[in-house]
Design a protein around this ligand. Structure first.
Ligand code: PAF
Length: 285
């Protein structure tokens, strides 16, 4: 097991990737903000199953945090992350500074329409602009053949696919299933903010979503069951619920009973905001 090569400049990243290209090797990228957990490690596994080399970017992207959000307290633990990447077998960690990614005078923003509207955007209006801008930069810096994104951030996955399609970015986007703990809680770097009592509550999120998705698949009224899910989350101990909503699974437009669906939710526990989503099977009467 050798530690991944660590580079923090765009020329350094490009030089190594050029070298791999000369050797005829394919490259998959896993964009992250660090604080790596088993979910990220599964993305590295998917990258290595897809391509010859895996590049993991570790960059806490200020552009996707609103001024009121947790940019300052977002966990940063590079040494531990590199240990995890060593075990996982990633070959390169790209760890740019903020000034490497956004040099003085940086003034470009990418706004993706379609799947970015609603859901997260209703509560974090500048989030996807920040994500799309940094992801486009990472793709243009590394020019990977593939990029792996977790389904945990389902709307983000749809937005990144749309970004690549609309801008003809030549990167194949691979969605990887959400990794969950033994109670079904989706792995997230923000779970580190939860104390033991909050963890118990957090674990109800996936339980309630699965029950709601099953009710939808069985023909229940959409507004009725999403309303019930919101009430059940509050009853379970969540402080507030931003949304529980069913959507068509590719475009995130309104859900149709006869098509593939996704049930998505965001809820607050104290100062921690959790998101999750599950598949909704089509309804066959
Ligand atoms: O999902 C994340 O960790 C981030 O939104 C991403 C894709 C790395 C962009 O900063």
């Amino acid at each position: 097991m050798s530690q991944p090569l660590v580079v923090d400049t765009v020329p350094g990243l490009r030089a190594q990737i050029r070298e791999w290209r000369r050797e005829g090797l394919s490259v998959a990228m896993v964009p992250t903000m660090g604080a790596l957990h088993d979910g990220h490690i599964s993305l590295v596994g998917a990258a290595l199953a897809t391509a010859d080399r895996c590049v993991v970017s570790i960059f806490v992207n200020p552009a996707q945090f609103a001024p009121t959000e947790d940019l300052d307290k977002y966990p940063r633990q590079l040494a531990r992350d590199l240990d995890r990447l060593t075990e996982a077998g990633a070959q390169l960690a790209f760890t740019p500074t903020v000034s490497e990614m956004y040099p003085a005078g940086f003034a470009t923003k990418i706004s993706v329409g379609g799947p970015s509207s609603g859901l997260e955007s209703d509560f974090r209006p500048t989030f996807f602009e920040g994500v799309a801008t940094v992801v486009a930069k990472l793709f243009l810096q590394a020019l990977p053949d593939y990029a792996i994104f977790g389904e945990k951030d389902y709307q983000q996955l749809c937005v990144v696919r749309k970004l690549c399609r609309d801008l003809d970015l030549p990167v194949d986007i691979v969605g990887a299933p959400t990794v969950r703990d033994a109670h079904g809680l989706a792995m997230s770097s923000r779970n580190a903010y939860l104390d033991a009592a909050e963890l118990d509550v957090a674990r109800q999120l996936n339980v309630i979503l699965r029950q709601t998705a099953a009710a939808l698949a069985a023909g229940a009224d959409e507004n009725g069951v999403t309303g019930k899910a919101t009430a059940a989350l509050l009853e379970a101990g969540f402080d507030s619920v931003d949304y529980v909503a069913a959507r068509e699974s590719l475009t995130l437009t309104s859900w149709r009973r006869d098509g593939d669906g996704r049930l998505l939710a965001a809820a607050w526990l104290g100062r921690t905001r959790l998101i999750d989503n599950v598949e909704v099977s089509s309804f066959i009467p």
